[in-house]
Design a protein around this ligand. Structure first.
Ligand SMILES: [Zn+2]
Length: 334
């Protein structure tokens, strides 16, 4: 039995047909965890779909209406890069519900992982890059609305920049929140910095960190609180140095009550949509680093899985399953 819960539903599956996004990965991760004895059925929590009211905490009413009635324009559907269906919308509502559940649950359990979600390219008024609804943003706003948290930090390690996250939380504040001091700062480069660039400025109640390949989608990268633009081919050691630096820098500036870790599998060297050079072992070290930092500072952490397009889907399943193993190692009861 795991020392934390996994949020999962067979209905996380995205009905998008033959697509580069391996929608069956969620079920395969679940099955792998069960067949290897890492998890037992009682380790899983079944999510409920988010309500429209939850979705509207982040998304514009006109956009939600189009999704509910199937009236996206052809251009809007093309930009989303996944074929609209009512069933697909339901899967995104469920992913958002799963992220709400994981965020809430980690407040008591220290960590909770949703085997889904991480749709960080969704904007308030449109979807793009395989993302219809920003489940993580919905979860943060719902917990803020319920007064369960005031502040949060997103740590986005998908190979693609978290443009939706950056846009949603850029300088935003919720009316009721007691605000941390906001700061606008330039981030110093670490001494002996590996190639890459860190930049940032922050204002608001959600601090956003994104580590991503610079020469990759999205072309337009709205500013996160900290963006680390990594050059093509960045390997394990440089990546981990940048991540360590970004986390230290972020947590010097901001004290979140919740960390939302977006654990994309696509910085992997065999990824079809990524150009970084991380190994499976390096990606597990990445996960361990994020969990260690959260645990050492006693900050609850929820995890979503985002992208992962390895040539061999088994590698994607392994990388995501390793995130659960990393959490198990770090959060094992003493
Ligand atoms: Zn990605």
């Amino acid at each position: 039995m795991l020392p934390f819960k996994l949020v999962y539903s067979d209905r996380y599956y995205l009905p998008i047909g033959n697509h580069v996004f391996p929608a069956e990965k969620y079920r395969r991760i679940h099955d792998r965890l069960i067949s290897t004895g890492v998890a037992a059925p009682e380790d899983f929590l079944e999510p409920q779909p988010a309500s429209d009211q939850d979705i509207l905490l982040v998304h514009k009413p006109e956009y939600v209406e189009k999704l509910r009635t199937g009236t996206l324009s052809q251009r809007e559907e093309m930009e989303m890069e996944i074929p609209y269906s009512r069933e697909l919308a339901d899967a995104f509502w469920l992913a958002a519900g799963g992220s709400i559940l994981a965020a809430r649950r980690c407040l008591s359990d220290r960590v909770c992982i949703s085997i889904g979600g991480g749709f960080h390219h969704a904007f308030p008024d449109h979807g793009e890059g395989f993302c219809m609804i920003h489940d993580v943003a919905v979860a943060i706003r719902r917990l803020q609305r319920d007064d369960q948290i005031r502040t949060a930090m997103t740590v986005d390690c998908d190979v693609h920049q978290g443009n939706g996250t950056a846009a949603i939380f850029a300088g935003t504040r919720t009316a009721s929140a007691l605000l941390p001091s906001s700061s606008a700062s330039t981030v110093a480069q670490p001494r002996n910095a590996p190639r890459g660039k860190m930049r940032g400025a922050h204002a608001g109640d959600v601090f956003t960190i994104s580590l991503h390949q610079h020469n990759n989608y999205p072309l337009w990268k709205p500013s996160s609180s900290i963006d680390v633009d990594l050059p093509d081919g960045t390997g394990d050691d440089d990546y981990l140095a940048w991540l360590d630096n970004a986390l230290s820098s972020g947590l010097r500036q901001f004290e979140p009550e919740l960390i939302c870790y977006i654990a994309g599998a696509d910085p992997y060297k065999e990824d079809q949509l990524g150009g970084l050079n991380l190994t499976i072992e390096g990606l597990k070290k990445r996960d361990e680093l994020v969990f260690k930092v959260a645990q050492a500072r006693n900050i609850p952490i929820m995890v979503t899985f985002a992208g992962g397009y390895a040539r061999n889907i088994d590698d994607t399943v392994t990388i995501h399953s390793n995130t659960i193993l990393a959490a198990r190692d770090i959060y094992a009861d003493p």
